[in-house]
Ligand binder design. Structure first.
Ligand SMILES: C[S@@+](CC[C@H](N)C(=O)[O-])C[C@H]1O[C@@H](n2cnc3c(N)ncnc32)[C@H](O)[C@@H]1O
Length: 222
């Protein structure tokens, strides 16, 4: 995703919840799976000593920030190498999510923490590599099957924010080529997102979330 006037609201919510989780749980050597342009480098830098980003060679994003080219299924590091794992908005793009979760589990040290974000109600993007959406029950099931404990599983929005963002994305689809009305549309996007933000303060129906944030722990050795 790229930040724009039509989608600032999901970034505001996603990044502020992510910041809280990073502050609370991250340390040591961080593995960023499907790192893209490493948009969370600044958010993590005060909490981790090293930030290693992996992404596949066919990525459609800039490759500048990628430290190691690898897919998410067989990452070339020894088991128990990392204290923290970050995987934001990647798991929907993986054909084999269970294999990818198993690999993250293998690479984390016992007691290590992985933070994932995974969409539930969202349009197709980065196609054709867009395979799944996750309910909290589905994501919890896959995580536990890999051996993780689920520490937190947070719905990032309710109906209003999800609806407002889908509406803005769809309006932006029409607006892209019509430069003359784009300034007016920025005001329209602002009003829609601001209204949704306020409505959600009084009514957050989590069943309609656009995305979940999950904090997973590899259990300590007994
Ligand atoms: C929506 S972007 C998210 C990028 C970044 N994590 C972020 O939050 O902005 C999805 C990322 O998943 C990566 N990706 C897709 N398939 C992958 C695979 N099989 N292995 C590793 N990364 C993959 C893409 O290259 C892309 O960087």
């Amino acid at each position: 995703m790229a930040k724009d006037s039509f989608n600032w609201l999901i970034y505001k919510i996603h990044d502020s919840e992510l910041q809280k989780a990073i502050k609370k749980y991250f340390k040591g050597h961080l593995l960023d799976i499907g790192c893209g342009i490493k948009p969370y480098k600044d958010l993590t830098k005060d909490f981790v000593q090293k930030h290693t980003g992996i992404d596949h060679s066919g990525t459609m994003h800039s490759k500048k920030e990628i430290d190691v080219f690898s897919d998410a299924y067989k990452i070339p590091f020894k088991e128990n190498s990392f204290d923290s794992v970050l995987c934001t908005c990647v798991i929907e793009h993986l054909e084999e999510p269970q294999t990818a979760l198993n690999e993250a589990f293998r690479l984390l040290k016992p007691g290590g923490i992985a933070i994932y974000t995974a969409p539930f109600i969202w349009h197709i993007h980065e196609e054709p590599r867009d395979f799944y959406r996750y309910s909290k029950y589905g994501f919890e099931y896959l995580s536990k099957k890999s051996g993780f404990e689920v520490v937190e599983l947070i719905a990032l929005s309710g109906f209003w924010v999800t609806f407002a963002q889908l509406l803005c994305y769809n309006l932006a689809r029409f607006n892209r080529s019509i430069i003359r009305i784009s300034r007016i549309m920025n005001v329209v996007y602002f009003i829609i997102q601001r209204t949704a933000y306020l409505l959600e303060k009084i009514d957050k129906t989590e069943k309609w979330t656009w995305c979940y944030l999950a904090v997973l722990k590899k259990p300590e050795l007994k």
